[in-house]
Design a protein around this ligand. Sequence first.
Ligand code: CLF
Ligand code: SF4
Length: 493
Amino acid sequence: MSAPIISLESLTNTTSSGQLLTTAKSGGCASSSCGLPSRPADMNSAIWEKIKDHPCFSEEAHHYFARMHVAVAPACNIQCNYCNRKYDCANESRPGVVSEKLTADQALRKVIAVANEVPQLSVLGIAGPGDACYDWNKTRATFESVAREIPDIKLCISTNGLALPEHVDELAEINVSHVTITINMVDPAVGEKIYPWIFYGHRRYTGMDAAKILHEQQMLGLEMLTERGILTKINSVMIPGVNDQHLIEVNKWVTERGAFLHNVMPLISDPAHGTWFGLTGQRGPNAFELKELQDRLEGGAKLMRHCRQCRADAVGLLGTDRGQEFTLDQIPLEVAYNGGKRHAYREVVARIRDDHVAAKNQAITTLGSLSARGTLQVAVATKGGGRINEHFGHAKEFQIYEASQTGIKFVGHRKVEPYCHGGWGEHANLVGIIAALEGIDIVLCARIGDCPKNKLMETGIRATEAFGYDYIDTAISALYATEYGDDLSQATA
Ligand code: CLF
Ligand code: SF4
């Protein structure tokens, strides 16, 4: 493969917009020259405008754009059996995490500080640490003040849905364009196993009554959002033996009511988190069970498979949380917005994005031209930009792709502890990485040493840096063609 046209580092580590633009101009295939729009052929332009820079609502956009959360909404009106109130809302966040709670003014300072430093920033989300609709005044005040300072940032919330209907009109009025509702059931008999109580209309409900009210509010809220053209994502926590089979029914209900995306998340159940499910031994699904269910749900609302179960104060590209760089104590009391880096970055992305899509289309054409059948499971180390641009030893996660003659599908990610520690390899972490890569045929990365490469090979997992900095799809299609046509050892030597 050819040398990289553009690297993510050149986009995000340079400080002057001039440098950014020079980098883009030096690229090989200019966006317009490919003659292909980055908008998918089966998507209308109004939807595309809404998702093209939202990293959660578009898998393609998550290679380029970042979200940040501000933890301004601590209060919650329900109890989920997978939640411990000492931690953030587990409907949208990795359980067991505590975020720095902010006032609306503090949140504004933080958003400006991040927007000045993180050019990929495109979305501000409020995902707790409680419920964004129940703790409405803080949510609204935050969105209004941020929108005044940074008008082009997209506004996004996550809610359990109970208080959603009463705020839908206000959400539309203040231009909240994306809403996530966590819907784990459409049958109150299932719901009462997940929700011990809710607080609604100034009183507490339990059992079937609680689950029935929650269900009705969630469906009403979803329908109201659809009517107003606000894009919706449904999060469902997959709880084996409780709602795993039932999520097929949930998928049907939400698809009928206009949900754009369905994100099935694995229950993370650790006794140390002190949740009801954690303490009573309720297990979460493994990666294979999750994928099997996701595959069965294909055909309804689009499926999200790239969720990272973020923190309620997450910052950055999905999978690379920079939140610790922007704690309140590191942000000046007075901070003014400067959109220079963000605008320069967007210009660069606009130029390279169609090139990326053209590469994807070429990869699909290559696969479609093969007569062979079979699948290839590929793990990729990447920092973003759709390229293989991370060293094996630095990777905190691997993106997983499944290649077949019909195309290349992103099927998820697997988190790992990085192998490399200041120049030397940590054997225990390599053992964990090998376990996390179970079922993978080949690992693609920018660099890998002989030691980890040989250890992987001993367990039947090949690894190569031969495609370093290439587009992921281009590399995988070439590998697949070699695997099912010629000799893969040529590619991995
Ligand atoms: Fe945040 Fe959620 Fe908006 Fe995204 S996260 S409120 S939709 S901006 Fe995204 Fe994070 Fe998954 Fe959420 S990866 S947990 S889906
Ligand atoms: Fe916890 Fe979120 Fe459920 Fe409230 S909605 S109980 S914060 S997981």
